[in-house]
Design a protein around this ligand. Structure first.
Ligand SMILES: [Zn+2]
Ligand SMILES: [Zn+2]
Length: 112
């Protein structure tokens, strides 16, 4: 029978198998799982961290943007097919496109 693992913070109990543990806790090192579940770890910890370091994080983000402007622009104009109608268009226009009649008209008829 599979054992149980407990989050050290919220004390929720999970099945002790690799898939669940990887999913719920994640691994710090290949054989060492985190003591807290992702919800606890990512939840308030990151928020607190963010609030404490807001200015610095912003500066770093801006710096990143400056350094990778090209790359970011590239990503912005990257074209992918619409999953509904197959039309090729840029990622950032996808949401807007999918709400239009144009997309609706082009969609293959749904079964049923
Ligand atoms: Zn937890
Ligand atoms: Zn479409």
């Amino acid at each position: 029978m599979a054992g149980e693992v407990k989050c050290s913070r919220c004390h929720k109990v999970f099945t002790d198998d690799a898939a669940t543990v990887g999913d719920v806790f994640g691994y710090k090192r290949p054989t060492v799982r985190y003591q807290q579940c992702k919800t606890c770890r990512e939840g308030d910890v990151t928020v607190q961290y963010y609030q404490a370091h807001r200015e610095r994080i912003r500066a770093v983000n801006n710096e990143y943007k400056d350094l990778h402007r090209e790359e970011i622009n590239q990503r912005r104009i990257e074209k992918i097919p619409c999953e509904l109608c197959g039309r090729i268009l840029s990622k950032c226009h996808m949401k807007r496109h999918q709400a239009t009649r144009l997309c609706e008209k082009r969609r293959p008829p749904t079964e049923g």
